[in-house]
Design a protein around this ligand. Structure first.
Ligand SMILES: CC(C)(COP(=O)(O)OP(=O)(O)OC[C@H]1O[C@@H](n2cnc3c(N)ncnc32)[C@H](O)[C@@H]1OP(=O)(O)O)[C@@H](O)C(=O)NCCC(=O)NCCS
Length: 199
């Protein structure tokens, strides 16, 4: 995410948060204010983290639209000061804030964002272990992460419900360095360029 792409990313994430928290659309503006401040803070941590964007273009169309986003943390310095529970190991790369715009879901965009994120982590971090959180009620993302090889390490206690929060799984995967990035339909040199931007 370049600086000039921040506002559209803020809108996408705020809509996704409002949806997952079942908030009225009137709260989206407040969410946008909070999300923007969060993203500004996170950008200051680069190159220890990164926000990837996925764009979508209809066949034959010239322009493209923002389709999805995912945030990556590569190391301890880029880690969020107050991660959600169950707490992930501080040194471990971490994936969060994965969202695809509603009208563009189930076309493989989330999957490609996840694979691109994993690929960049293998280039930016010496650790091969990656963690992420998934709420217990979120069946779609849970299926995606399970299909991608993540497994549950720990689950929030039922007492979490007393804090009016949803229970979450902490999930983990051992990454293998892929010699063939062609499974992503993304040329290898694009990853190299992306990794160079953050070095
Ligand atoms: C989770 C999310 C990012 C997935 O993005 P997507 O582009 O729709 O996902 P994909 O089309 O790449 O799906 C990849 C796989 O995930 C699983 N999956 C995705 N959405 C699913 C759903 N609604 N129900 C069941 N499985 C689902 C499937 O296994 C799917 O593979 P398949 O299509 O071959 O069956 C998207 O649903 C989203 O933005 N949700 C709201 C925000 C959110 O919950 N983020 C995750 C936070 S942990």
């Amino acid at each position: 995410m370049r600086e000039e792409e921040m506002d559209m990313t803020v809108s996408l994430l705020s809509e996704s948060f409002a949806e997952s928290m079942m908030m009225a659309t009137s709260y989206v503006k407040l969410l946008e204010f909070l999300v923007k401040n969060y993203l500004i803070e996170r950008r200051e941590m680069m190159p220890h983290n990164a926000t990837l964007l996925g764009v979508y273009r209809e066949n034959g169309e010239e322009g493209f639209e923002l389709a999805g986003t995912v945030e990556l943390t590569f190391d301890r310095k880029g880690a969020n000061a107050n991660p959600p529970t169950p707490t992930p190991p501080k040194n471990s790369p971490y994936i969060c804030n994965m969202a695809v715009r509603k009208p563009l879901r189930r076309r493989g965009i989330g999957w490609h964002l996840l694979k691109a994120g994993e690929e960049l982590i293998t280039k930016m971090s010496s650790s091969r272990e990656v963690h992420l959180h998934c709420r217990m009620i979120d069946e779609g993302p849970f299926n995606m992460y399970t299909k991608a090889g993540y497994s549950v390490v720990k689950t929030d206690s039922i007492l979490t419900l007393l804090t009016l929060q949803r229970r979450r799984h902490l999930m983990r995967k051992e990454l293998h360095v892929s010699e063939d990035a062609s499974e992503l339909d993304i040329p290898n040199d694009q990853f190299t360029k992306l990794a160079d931007v953050y070095k």
